[in-house]
Design a protein around this ligand. Structure first.
Ligand SMILES: Nc1nc2c(c(=O)[nH]1)N=C([C@H](O)[C@H](O)COP(=O)(O)OP(=O)(O)OP(=O)(O)O)CN2
Ligand SMILES: [Zn+2]
Length: 118
């Protein structure tokens, strides 16, 4: 079974590698919405795949690094496209959450990425 938990965070960023004149070369902000999907069996005794509260407590400190930050200033996010941010989140959290199945990251209400480690 797959369970999921959603988080939001607000960031500034610019995309340094897009061509001159592209709107995303300018510093701008987003409210990101990210969903973490956890895949595993239902524990017979507890009746759940993973405690949502445990999941929150693992993810929150990582999200706090991003919230109200300039993403470009964070090591590994010098080119903070949605794709690179999803990979960064995966690399930060997969070691602590082996059952992590995929991440869905929405940069705007209409633009986003899904990443599962490949
Ligand atoms: N593949 C990618 N393309 C773009 C990225 C990205 O990270 N990966 N990022 C941007 C911009 O940073 C911007 O955040 C998103 O652009 P866009 O979807 O055009 O945003 P809008 O709010 O203007 O879109 P609406 O269509 O008005 O919803 C650009 N491309
Ligand atoms: Zn942007």
């Amino acid at each position: 079974m797959i369970i999921f938990k959603k988080f939001t965070f607000d960031c500034a960023h610019y995309l340094p590698k897009v061509p001159v004149g592209h709107k995303c070369r300018n510093m701008h902000g987003h409210t990101y919405h990210v969903t973490f999907f956890i895949d595993g069996p239902i524990d017979d005794n507890l009746g759940w795949v993973m405690d949502f509260t445990d999941l929150k407590n693992i993810v929150k400190p990582v999200i706090q690094q991003l919230d109200h930050a300039v993403l470009n200033e964070i090591p590994g996010l010098e080119n903070p496209t949605a794709e690179n941010l999803a990979v960064w989140l995966w690399n930060e959290l997969k070691p602590a959450i082996p059952q992590l199945d995929k991440i869905e990251l929405m940069e705007t209400p209409t633009s986003g990425v899904i990443y599962n480690g490949s």
